[in-house]
Write a protein that binds this ligand. Structure first.
Ligand code: ZN
Length: 482
């Protein structure tokens, strides 16, 4: 209220002052004579004041116009101005819009749309590191490999995007089956980003496939260091690689180095059967029977396996069957109930021609867990005991269709391997072979044994005793061990 009053008062004062000033000016005599282009103008004081105001306004307008001209000139020259900034912002907005739409299209599986959007984003944004990635992925999706590869190559140029480029081309080469180039690219990608888990895995697989065991061990070490592999798994896989290395060295004829590598593999993973066997053979080669026995026993206790028994036999190749039976007690004393132990003792007893003892060793294994192997052993025992031919044939006929017992099976694809290998020959997985019984249907014959009597004669019931003694049980046992 008071403020309004003050404003009104100020207005009245100003108007009064202006009126008074104007009256004073009009009453003042004289004036000013201005000479413009030969003509004289005489200005009264009030006209002078008006003229001055007009002049000030004109100068102000002139200056503004000049600034505008300068701005326009700069804009035309390409300098950043408010106008260009306005247009830039507009382009940027359109560019990001296209980019996000492109990403949406990619996520929803519309490759062609994503390509179009990527091109549009590239035009507006001029930021190839952003748009190239979209282009490459969209090109992959639409099956345009050429564009994808070209775009990945563009990504190689920038430090920030080089890894993505290398990885992209590497994946293409992998899909093409060009493993040599893929491996070089994987090595490059690994050098750029040693902690990248996928790169580590790809490189490791390629190195294992190419039998580059030393390189693979290095990569495995990097995996451990970057924390993407538990320590025990690392140890086991390192052992597998060391063993593979040892096998390769051995095939090159360097027995001493191979021996060391095998012993190293066995030290890393005492459960790894082929490593134990190879290390033991190394010790046997050195004449160190005690170490060979120790290594084999340790592994046998973890996982009884015929290969270990075979290597254990090699520790003393010239001993008699009785001596062998006695010595093998060291190996088997901790695993007397294991089927592998039962079959091993039975085989040793057959070799020693003590058939009743062999039968005792087998126990009820042919009833509880019949396999081709223990049924064949039973046939050998029956033959050794002098059973009728029909009885022997009865066991052998059963053996023909019985499960084969434990095998080296890939945990990943269930493929059965005749011998242990670091990588599965079927699916290429690394360290997936384990010694176990395949699914029951594995060896079923389509017609069962119904056809067999026509080939082997009518098999007798297997419990019938007979008087005739057949002498070549040893030959049979021999072929069985193999
Ligand atoms: Zn496999």
């Amino acid at each position: 209220m008071l403020w309004s009053l003050i404003k009104i008062l100020a207005f009245v004062v100003a108007v009064t002052a202006l009126t008074y000033g104007g009256t004073q000016l009009m009453e003042v005599d004289g004036g000013m004579t201005v000479d413009v282009a030969g003509q004289e103008f005489t200005l009264s004081p009030i006209e002078m004041v008006f003229g001055l105001v007009v002049l000030v306004v004109a100068v102000w307008l002139g200056l503004k116009l000049l600034a505008l001209c300068v701005a326009t000139f700069k804009f035309l020259n390409g300098d950043e101005t408010a106008i260009s900034r306005y247009f830039d912002r507009n382009r940027e907005r359109k560019g990001y819009e296209a980019l996000s739409e492109g990403m949406m299209a990619l996520a929803s599986g519309e490759g062609h749309l994503a390509m179009t959007k990527a091109a549009r984003a590239d035009k507006y944004l001029q930021q190839p590191q952003l748009t190239n990635l979209l282009t490459a992925q969209a090109a992959e999706m639409t099956g345009d490999r050429k564009t994808a590869e070209d775009t990945y190559k563009k990504l190689l140029a920038d430090d920030k995007t080089r890894f993505v480029g290398v990885r992209g081309i590497m994946k293409q080469k992998l899909a093409d089956g060009d493993t040599d180039t893929a491996m070089k690219l994987a090595e490059k990608a690994f050098a750029l980003k040693p902690k990248h888990e996928e790169t580590q895995d790809v490189l490791l697989r390629l190195q294992a496939d190419a039998s580059d065991w030393a390189g693979a061990r290095k990569t495995l070490g990097a995996k451990l260091k970057s924390g993407s592999l538990p320590r025990d798994v690392h140890k086991r896989r390192d052992a597998v690689l060391a063993l593979s290395e040892a096998r390769d060295i051995l095939s090159d004829g360097k027995t001493i180095e191979a021996r060391e590598a095998a012993i190293e593999a066995n030290r890393l993973s005492p459960d790894l059967i082929p490593a134990a066997v190879m290390a033991a053979r190394g010790y046997i080669g050195e004449g160190n029977a005690r170490y060979a026995t120790r290594v084999l026993t340790k592994t046998w206790n973890a996982q009884p396996h015929p290969d270990i028994a075979a290597a254990f036999a090699e520790v003393a190749p010239d001993e008699s069957a009785e001596e062998r039976l006695k010595r093998f007690k060291t190996l088997t004393k901790a695993t007397t109930d294991h089927p592998e132990t039962k079959m091993l003792i039975a085989e040793l007893q057959i070799a020693a021609e003590d058939f009743p003892a062999a039968k005792r060793a087998l126990g009820d294994l042919v009833g509880t867990d019949p396999t081709a192997r223990n049924l064949t052993l039973m046939a050998a025992i029956e033959r050794g005991e002098g059973a009728d031919d029909a009885v022997v044939r009865g066991w052998l006929t059963k053996a023909l269709t019985a499960p084969r017992g434990p095998q080296w099976i890939c945990e990943n694809c269930q493929h059965i391997h005749p011998s242990w290998a670091a990588t599965c020959s079927n699916c290429g997985s690394f360290d997936t072979l384990s010694w176990k019984t395949p699914p029951a249907s594995e060896v079923a014959m389509p017609a069962g044994t119904e056809m067999l009597p026509m080939i082997v004669g009518q098999p007798a019931e297997v419990a019938i005793p007979a008087a005739e003694i057949v002498e070549d049980a040893d030959v049979m046992e021999e072929s069985e061990v193999k």
